[in-house]
Design a protein around this ligand. Structure first.
Ligand code: ATP
Ligand code: MG
Length: 373
């Protein structure tokens, strides 16, 4: 079996690693000269508009997938036209690239979402902010909290508008949207899988903690009710079925007053699912490969408890991390740069308190590295 992947970041690397024991060979394509995936699989470098070269490179694979959502939809469509099978379907990619299409999809499926609206002027934004605090976002191209500004009062509208409207618009969906700022209790995510035969499987809800828009920590399973778990699966099923989806899909939620509000989808494996490598029978990466290759889906139940910590900007001492029982270290082979995700550590425990205690040790080592100790 052979799989082609558009994108060669850490997600591509971990997909390739999950393919090894199953005998799946991977070919990855991305633009950077240095890429986390290039050390573990066949890697070709080039721009995404050279579709003829991409087709030539991927010719013969069983299926092509992607590992980040800013791949041009036109590229994916060109691969399909050249006879390659692409999963998840390009429509899912298109929806995830446009916050307006994404929120409209949630709305049409009866899935609660923050109030949102396209905004065309600083004045419109100021009017909305006068009623309730807003988050102004570019319709496309944002990630890790980039392309966003909080507008807590009408007088902030002008500067937020000036900052974001001067960013170069992405083709196809220019402009800005704003949404009500949700005073959430927690952020959660669902990692769902749908196979070629339409069967679905769900990992337990995950709790996510962000700092300055970047995911810092995930706790799995989240401490939550069965009712909320079922609700999340029900909502996720609606999205999967509507998009005729195949593969792993992630939905990010805000939890407020015991209810879920959908924030966004990612048509791919996700940072909040890295704990599944050690904390579930089938990892999200294996699940994605199983789904797109038409194989039976794996067991998505959590085994034990996990706390996943991102390594952002600095890599802590490896011996210090490895001295912690139950700590699993994943380094992506990237050079260090402020704000960059260089790796992650999953603290695993047989029960919640063990995972928490080990997680605290991991967090301490990461904090020491950040403060230069
Ligand atoms: P990602 O890295 O997940 O792709 P992103 O840049 O696409 O991020 P969002 O997920 O929309 O952006 O926002 C990043 C974070 O900003 C959220 O996880 C949340 O903490 C905060 N945030 C975004 N929208 C809202 C909102 N409407 N109300 C409150 N907080 C929000
Ligand atoms: Mg997000």
């Amino acid at each position: 079996m052979q799989v082609g992947v558009l994108g060669g970041g850490q997600l591509g690397r971990m997909l390739a690693l999950a393919g090894y024991p199953l005998g799946v060979r991977m070919r990855l394509y991305d633009t950077p000269a240095e890429s986390p995936a290039q050390h573990v699989a066949e890697y070709r470098r080039g721009p995404f508009d050279r579709t003829a070269e991409i087709v030539e490179f991927l010719r013969g694979v069983d299926v092509v997938t992607y590992e980040f959502e800013n791949i041009p939809v036109a590229t994916v469509e060109a691969l399909e036209q050249a006879g390659l099978t692409v999963m998840p379907p390009p429509r899912a990619l298109a929806v995830s690239q446009d916050r307006l299409a994404e929120k409209t999809l949630f709305q049409s499926l009866g899935i609660p979402t923050p109030d949102f609206s396209v905004v065309r002027s600083a004045q419109e934004l100021a009017d909305r902010a006068a009623r309730t605090a807003q988050i102004l976002k570019t319709r496309s191209g944002g990630y890790d909290g980039k392309g966003q500004a909080e507008v807590t009062a009408a007088q902030d509208a002008e500067s937020a508008w000036a900052m974001l409207s001067s960013m170069p618009p992405a083709p196809g969906c220019p402009g800005l949207i704003c949404e009500s700022r949700i005073d959430f209790e927690r952020e959660l995510s669902t990692i769902a899988v749908r196979g070629r035969d339409g069967r679905t499987a769900f990992y337990p809800l995950i709790e996510n903690r962000h700092e300055r828009g970047i995911l810092r920590e995930s706790i799995a399973p989240a401490e939550t009710s069965d009712a909320l778990q079922l609700q999340s699966q029900e909502y996720a099923s609606r999205v999967l079925d509507r998009l005729n989806y195949v593969g792993v899909l992630t939905i990010e939620w805000f939890e407020r007053g015991g209810e879920l509000l959908a924030n966004e989808i990612a048509p791919r494996v996700h940072n909040s699912g890295h704990w599944t490598i050690e904390g579930a029978a089938a990892s999200q990466f294996e699940s994605h490969l199983r789904a797109i290759l038409g194989l039976p889906l794996g067991d998505c139940a959590a085994q034990g408890h996990s706390r996943m910590f991102n390594l952002i900007g600095v890599t802590p001492s490896l011996p210090a991390l490895l001295a912690i029982p139950g700590a699993h270290v994943h380094l992506y082979g990237k050079s260090a740069r402020a704000g960059r995700k260089l790796g992650h550590v999953t603290a695993w425990g047989a029960n919640r308190s063990e995972a928490e205690a080990r997680g605290q040790q991991v967090a301490r080592v990461i904090r020491d590295a950040a403060s230069g100790n």
